[in-house]
Every structure is written in C-alpha cells, then in structure tokens.
Design a protein around this ligand. Structure first.
Ligand code: ATP
Ligand code: MG
Length: 491
C-alpha cells in the first residue's frame, strides 16, 4: 500500500559515462505528487542527460529510477512513456504535415489506437488542450508555419495530452519573452495543481526559483547543493560555478570615425513573407568598429533583418556594404566579403567533431592565420578545447551555442552578426561571453551587430541601440537612455 506522500519519482545513484567523461555521477532525488524540483547547473553539467536517463533515451550505467515504486531504469523509452513519464523537449519535434490539432490528438492516443483519432471525445479533448495552452487560434495550422513560442506551446500540449505522472521539462523558457515566460510558468503550475511530479531545468534562475519547491544544483555531473531555491542560490559554490557576477559594461574609447561612412547601411528595407510584412521601412547603419544592438521581442523581425543582410531572404530597399550595394548578391559572396552571421538556429554540422566544425569556418584563411585564430578561440572557450573530438550533435545545448559563435569567429569576420547568442547559456557563461566580446573589441577591429531580447546582455556592450517592434524600428539611441525611454516591457 502506498501512502499519499510517497514520492512519485525516486532516483538514486544515477550514473552515465560517455567514454572517459562521467556526464552524470551518482545523482539521487525524489519528487512527490504536486511537487516541482528545479535542476540547475552550468552548461554541460549533466541536466539534460539526467532527464534522458529517466526517459530511457540514454541507458544509465548505474542507479535506479523508481516510478511509483517500479524501477524503470534501462527500460525502452516507449515503455517508460506508457508507464507515466513525459518529457517536454528543449527543441520541439512535431509532425510537420499534421495540423496542431492532429498532433495533439496523436499524443492523446496510445500507439495502437490511432484509428480512434476521429472519435468526437478525442476531438473535444484535443481542442480543450489547445485552448488551455493558447493554441486555440492556430489549431488548424501546420507546425512549420508557427512562431517559436507556439511550437513550445505545442510541446506542452502534447505533454498534457499524455497525462504523465512525472513531467520532465527541459529549458521551457529559453528564447521566450518575459510575458511568454509568465504564461509557461502558469502552465507548469497547472501540472503541479493536477498532482503531477515535475522536474524543471532552465537557466532563467529567477523564474525557476519563483516556482520550485526545492532545487538540486549540479556541476560536472555531480550534486553540489540541494535545498530551497533561496538556500541553493546563496550557496557559495553555486554562485561561483553557475550564477557568476554581474555583466559589466564595456565602455570603449571614442571611435574616430563616428561621423564617417557607414560600413553597413540599411535603407528603407521591406521584407514580405507571402502577405505578411516582416520588415517595414527599416533603416539602420553600423560604422566600422561599432557595436550595435538590435533589441526586440520574438517575432519583431530581428532574424529577418539579419537574413536580408546576409542575402538569405529577398528584400526591397537598399543595403550597402563598404559603399557597395548588396542587392541581389548571393549569400556565399556576402560571407566572403566579411559579413558573417551566427544564426539563432546554430546550423552546426552535427555529425562532425567540434574541431571539424571550426576548421570548416577557417577554411578560407591562410594556414598560419587559421592556427592562430583557432588557438585564440580555444583559449576563449576552454570547453571547446577539451571537447575537440566530440561530435557536435552530442554537445550540451550551451556548448553548441559556444561552438556556433566560435565557428563564426573562425571566419575572421569584418562584421559579426550575432542572433540571440544568449539562448540557453548559463548565467556564468553569459558573463564569460560578455567578457570575450569585450576583449574581442579591444584586441581586434571587429564590428558587431547583435540581436537580443535579453537587454541585460545587449546594453552593456552597445555603442548604439535600435529597438525593433512589429517589423519597424521604433527607437534609436544610446544604451544609457534606453532604460528611461524604452525600459518598460524590456527590463
Ligand atoms: N553522446 C554523448 N557523447 C559524449 N558526450 C556527451 C554525450 N551526450 C552528452 N555528452 C556530454 O555530457 C555533458 C553533459 O551534457 P548535458 O546535455 O546533460 O548538459 P546540460 O547540463 O543539459 O547542459 P546545458 O545547460 O548546456 O543544456 C556535456 O559535456 C556533453 O558534452
Ligand atoms: Mg541541456
């Protein structure tokens, strides 16, 4: 007989090795019904691996995973799912040809019962779930046409549909605006109210702390602290290896060419996707050596703007680079001329090693420069030096982000375009990246165009800031004036 307070999930001694690396070492915890446990730790500390071990996506080398008393460690994923564990993935993977509603219906039905999808009660329940997660208006659309936040909603809907006893949620807040974070927090709270046990991983420390009952902090695969959010956040080791310090401003010496000719000059640019206007009369410029931040929420048009500059989407209007028009030029040539974009989606070659990805970035450089650049980058991101021979696809989320940035830098760009580089990075890594960008500007003539919704990262570096809202530039100015004039809604 089980007591009401018995834990739904009881993990103990969980261990996983990848070759010589111990990704997870003797991790243990329990989660009771209606309880939320937060799992925090720097990039690569083993959080996602813990979830994959529980879900049966990776096989543990040792340890037990008890679900309501039954040890499910080492079971195949589909059995674990049927037993009552659900995972909300960091990257959504809906069926692209099925509508949102059909995707939810499939999640409602166990594998063998797909033929029941037409039943009215299934349809009714699926609609209910769609409404609950805020997909009511897009139920009949196919996933590839949906914005980022809606894809996340769909993942949440699928988890709700399966009604698991334990829900594993990996980085639900990454890349979401503060408003969207509130909506997702509420959905996760809903899991709690319905008596599910929730394991939550996210680098948005504030939002995690606000919601969880307890926190477990990991570092290098091991437990370093456990307790209430307040206790764990106060812990000295946690502060040192995870939270880090404040992001410092990197003021720079006056540019000597402030009034000079713009390196990049975007004039009255319009972009349409079908009938939807993604950019409207957008004008901005970047001078040589400047660091310009474009701040905007999801869907404001930042990525479209960068893709237009890189030659990846057709536009109307004018874009000039060092005085020459980029209109109609192909992306490869634009990249060779020194405009390098590090896309939000990373675009790494997953089957290749870290080193091979970097070498590809440097293939146009003369050998001597290539070596020098590589060494400099491996100093900048020591984890990449350690992992040179690891397959890119197996890197943790944050490690992949670092590799994408390093590969872009490997090309020695004249203009580096960074699209949401902070996505999925631990606070302490943000600080490191911020310092690296500071050093980059002090030691090289690089010019940077940064797109961010995370203004605490975007402002300290910027010489100038543009705000993009609903496809238009609505504000331009110095970072010092941003808080007073634009702060509400962003800070
Ligand atoms: N299949 C694999 N082969 C080799 N190493 C792996 C494999 N899978 C994961 N790793 C390594 O194990 C470590 C833990 O990875 P994991 O994805 O669990 O980290 P994480 O804590 O989720 O990090 P992040 O916050 O960046 O998402 C990482 O250093 C990663 O590179
Ligand atoms: Mg992870």
């Amino acid at each position: 007989m089980m007591l009401a307070t018995a834990p739904t999930l009881d993990v103990s001694g969980l261990t996983k090795r990848f070759g010589g690396l111990i990704a997870v070492k003797e991790i243990g915890f329990t989660i009771a019904p209606g309880e939320i446990l937060g799992l925090i730790g720097p990039n690569g500390s083993g959080k996602s691996t813990v979830m994959k071990l529980i879900m049966g996506i990776e096989r543990p080398d040792a340890g037990t995973v008890k679900l309501a008393g039954t040890d499910i460690a080492g079971w195949p994923t589909h059995r674990i799912a049927r037993q009552g564990v659900g995972m909300v993935f960091q990257h959504s993977r809906p069926l692209p040809r099925q509508t949102v509603l059909e995707n939810i219906k499939l999640a409602l039905l166990p594998d063998s019962l797909f033929r029941l999808a037409a039943e009215p009660h299934v349809d009714h329940r699926a609609r209910e779930i769609a409404e609950r997660v805020g997909l009511g208006a897009v139920m009949h659309r196919r996933p590839p046409t949906l914005p980022f936040a809606d894809l996340r909603r769909l993942e949440m809907a699928k988890a709700l549909a399966r009604n698991p006893k334990v829900v594993l949620v990996d980085e639900p807040f990454a890349g979401l605006t503060s408003g969207e974070v509130a909506v997702f927090s509420e959905l996760i709270e809903g899991f709690r109210r319905e008596g599910h046990a929730v394991l939550l991983v996210d680098h948005n420390v504030k939002s995690v702390a606000a919601m969880v009952d307890r926190v477990l902090a990991m570092y290098l695969g091991q437990r370093i602290a456990e307790g209430t959010a307040e206790e764990v956040m106060r812990d000295e080791t946690v502060r040192r290896v995870y939270i880090g310090g404040k992001i410092e401003a990197h003021p720079r010496k006056e540019l000597d060419n402030k009034g000079g000719e713009a390196l990049l000059d975007v004039r009255g640019v319009d972009v349409f996707y079908g009938k939807a206007r993604a950019l409207q009369e957008v004008s901005l410029h970047v001078n040589t050596g400047e660091f310009v931040s474009v701040v905007g929420l999801n869907g404001a048009g930042k990525t479209t703007l960068f893709n237009a500059i890189s030659g990846l989407v057709p536009f109307a209007g004018d874009i000039h680079w060092s005085g020459n028009s980029l209109n109609g030029r192909d992306p490869a040539r634009i990249a060779r001329e020194g405009i390098v974009q590090c896309p939000e989606t990373r675009e790494l070659f997953g089957d290749m090693s870290v080193r091979e990805n970097l070498d590809l970035g440097g293939q146009h450089l003369p050998r001597a420069h290539r070596e020098e650049q590589l060494n400099w980058l491996l100093d900048l991101f020591p984890i990449l030096r350690e992992r040179q021979h690891q397959q890119a696809v197996t890197l943790s989320g944050g490690e992949q982000q670092m590799l994408a940035i390093a590969r872009a830098l490997m090309m020695r760009p004249k203009l580096l375009i960074l699209d949401e580089p902070t996505l999925g990075l631990a606070p302490v890594i943000l600080e490191q990246l911020s310092n690296a960008l500071g050093r980059l500007r002090e030691t090289t003539p690089i010019t940077v165009l940064l797109g961010e919704q995370n203004v605490t990262f975007a402002l300290p570096h910027a010489d100038r800031v543009y705000v993009l809202e609903h496809a238009r530039v609505v504000w331009e100015g110095d970072p010092e004036r941003f808080a007073a004039e634009m702060g509400a809604g962003y800070l």
